[in-house]
Design a binder for this molecule. Structure first.
Ligand code: MN
Length: 721
């Protein structure tokens, strides 16, 4: 549906309009007219949004995004990427919202711009070497779409080209970031041309003196060696012509940053670096590559150990080439790279070489599909070359990440699986943090424990000394570390709680025999342990607490009274067990009757669950009639702690606002509604079935009294199973 109308570009005489027109001329080589028009519209939109803004250099701001788009146009990227490149600073630096971009250019462009903005917001605070790798992974992870990275790289490239207007302090920070984060990403994606330029610009900005000195040395040496190099070059070219091989022989020079790196890593002076210059031979097919290698070795002796076959075994980023170093006249070393034209294109453009605009229809996931194809292609290449495992590790993880990367408040990066929550993070920091966490600040905003985290967030865990892990956390944590941490400490907690309760139960049973634990001699304890088949008293107490052993039986063994004459009053008669409500998981309150402090209660030992407390009037206690050995004599402590759920039915006139007024009374009296259910009765009357938290009978009585005072309330009853 390409329209035949000419694209109208208003060249208002401005420099940037001319640049935009230039860009469109370039794009006409490979995009459809309507797509070129869309890119031009993006320019107009961007120019309007950035109107009045200037770069530090004094140029209108729009010249920057235009330059970014130009880089991507030279790489042959699609229309969406180009629009997004032109608009890439619009969300960050102008009042324009993502929705407006989506409205004008579609969701795909908006998504790309949003992705670039998010990358721009990452704060690379910690500059530790070890962190750089994580930062690179984070950049990858944040860019759901590989085009986001390409735009960001082009953005960084232009910022580096114009960095000298920046104040020196800012310059070195940006330069370091470029060298540590962005240049390696370009390398990973195989975009060598970009990587080389980013590295040399970074070098020049970070170490201006060293850069200048080294540049001068290289220039001098080239002058000195020009003749020798020409000789080698002519010799290679001639011998290939004689052999009937059509080839392109190109002189090349190692870039300054890599010379500098080599000097540093080998602790060598410049004169010790021999492979500063070399040649590249580009031929038609793979077969010819190997023949060229033969001719070169026929001309000059190759340096042993320096012959590399990256055609058979490509580099991780897809780079393919034959490398050899020749010992030339006067023993100068000359590195020769031999490859096909296709390999040459991939070596310079990497993933972008796989981008060349092919089909007219642009589905939103075309980019991701191509990225996957690229990875896939690389994998196949590597598989045929062997050692695929390491390769998959390196590339797949980077490009198709299953991880998220979040910051600690100190700026350290934590790697977590996708879907990880605040609790996973807390346990990843330390198991003690996990055990004590109660909430988190995510990017300075309070968030509950089950909140899933996203790459780039800063997470600060809030802990409380009395906090304990909750079994419900197991439903949402995703890491093994959190899971086992929670289980472990629940078990530990339950163990100590059970032992404490068990000890009290045994002491109580001893009390019924006019004895106490203090009065039992160590010999009697040992004898009892042997009879019970246990190693230590603590473990026996824990089992009692969990309801797996009967306290009276343990008490009888401890007392040393022999079985036949044992007092069979199993429930004992003195000193009921007092319930304070802080016993933990080993004392539970039955949900059927919901006993609260002040209620008459009974307890039952229940295997594995400890003691379950019921209201004395609960219907369910009938089934325990035949198991008197399971009864535990209990009573409330005078100062029971905590809040207890209680169920009440409130019969009301069903009119507007009645629930609100009931709820207001309840919250006014410092209680909390856990559950509400409303049952319509005939006509105007309804029953509100509530579950409230109360501190005890007195608290409940106050609430009920106040509720009765409401005109709409007819009747209140407490509900028991
Ligand atoms: Mn920018």
């Amino acid at each position: 549906m390409a329209s035949s109308e000419p694209i109208i570009r208003h060249e208002a005489g401005s420099d940037s309009a001319a640049r935009a027109a230039d860009l469109c001329t370039l794009l006409e080589n490979y995009l459809e007219p309507r797509q070129v028009e869309k890119v031009y519209r993006a320019y107009q939109f961007g120019a309007a949004a950035h109107e009045g803004q200037r770069r530090l250099s004094g140029e209108p701001y729009i010249t920057h995004p235009l330059a970014v788009a130009r880089t991507l146009g030279d790489m042959g990227l699609d229309a969406e990427s180009l629009c997004a490149a032109i608009l890439h600073d619009v969300i960050e630096d102008t009042p324009t919202a993502k929705a407006e971009i989506a409205e004008a250019f579609g969701p795909e462009v908006a998504q790309l711009v949003d992705g670039v903005s998010k990358l721009t917001q990452i704060n690379f605070r910690s500059k530790a070497e070890a962190q750089a790798e994580n930062f690179r992974k984070m950049v990858m992870a944040m860019s759901q779409d590989i085009r986001v990275i390409l735009i960001k790289l082009a953005d960084r490239l232009h910022n580096m080209r114009t960095i000298f207007v920046m104040p020196p302090s800012k310059r070195s920070r940006i330069a370091r970031e470029t060298l540590e984060i962005y240049a390696p990403i370009a390398q990973r994606l195989g975009i060598n041309s970009m990587r080389v330029e980013l590295e040399d610009l970074g070098f020049a900005a970070l170490y201006p003196m060293r850069y200048r000195v080294l540049k001068e040395r290289v220039r001098q040496q080239r002058g000195n060696r020009r003749e020798l190099l020409d000789t080698v070059r002519d010799a290679i070219a001639e011998s290939l012509v004689e052999g009937g091989i059509e080839a392109h022989v190109i002189g090349r020079q190692k870039h300054l940053w890599s010379i500098y790196q080599k000097m540093r890593s080998k602790q060598a002076g410049f004169d010790d670096i021999f492979d500063v210059y070399g040649f590249r031979v580009v031929v038609a097919d793979v077969d010819t590559c190997y023949r060229v290698l033969g001719y070169c070795h026929g001309l000059y002796k190759p340096l042993p150990g320096r012959i590399k076959d990256y055609i058979a075994i490509p580099k991780v980023n897809g780079y393919q080439s034959l490398h050899t170093t020749l010992l030339g006249p006067h023993r100068i070393q000359v590195e020769v790279q031999i490859r096909t034209a296709e390999m040459d294109r991939v070596a310079e453009a990497g993933i972008a070489a796989h981008w060349l605009y092919k089909d007219a229809g642009s589905a939103s996931n075309v980019a991701q599909t191509r990225a996957r194809e690229w990875v896939h292609g690389l994998m196949e290449m590597q598989e045929s070359a062997g050692n695929p495992l390491e390769f998959i590790e390196n590339v797949k993880i980077d490009l198709l990440p299953d991880e998220i990367y979040v910051f600690t408040p100190n700026g350290d990066i934590m790697e977590l699986p996708k879907g990880a929550t605040v609790v996973d993070f807390a346990y990843a920091v330390h198991s003690q943090i996990g055990d004590a966490c109660i909430a988190a600040n995510i990017d300075h905003r309070l968030a509950p424990l089950r909140t899933p985290l996203a790459t780039g967030q800063t997470v600060e865990i809030i802990t409380a000394p009395i906090a304990r892990p909750n079994p419900a956390w197991l439903d949402f944590v995703v890491t093994a570390k959190a899971r086992s941490g929670i289980r472990h400490s629940l078990k530990r907690l339950q163990g100590t709680e059970a032992a404490e309760l068990g000890q009290r139960l045994v002491d109580q049973a001893l009390g019924a025999m006019d004895l106490s634990l203090k009065a039992i001699s160590p010999e009697q304890v040992d004898a009892a342990l042997e009879a019970l088949g246990a190693d230590e008293l603590e473990a026996v107490f824990a089992e009692v607490g969990l309801g797996r052993r009967m306290p009276w039986l343990v008490a009888r063994h401890l007392s040393g009274v022999d079985e036949a004459s044992a007092d069979l009053d199993k429930t004992g008669s003195s000193g009921a067990l007092t319930i304070r409500g802080n016993e933990g998981a080993v004392v539970t309150f039955a949900r059927c009757c919901r006993p609260i402090p002040g209620d008459p209660i009974v307890g039952f030992a229940s295997a594995g669950r400890g003691v379950v407390i019921h209201h004395q009037d609960c219907n369910n206690i009938r089934e325990y009639r035949n198991h008197p050995e399971k009864w535990v004599d209990v009573q409330w402590d005078a100062v029971a702690e905590g809040e207890y759920p209680v169920a009440i039915d409130v019969e009301v006139m069903n009119r507007r606002g009645v629930l609100a007024s009931v709820a207001a009374v309840i919250s006014d009296l410092d209680s909390n509604i856990d559950a509400v259910e409303i049952e319509e009765k005939e006509g105007m009357i309804a029953t509100m079935k509530l579950v409230l938290d109360v501190r005890g009978r007195v608290h409940l009585a106050r609430i009920m009294r106040r509720l009765r005072g409401l005109s709409a309330v007819l009747r209140i009853t407490r509900r028991r199973g």
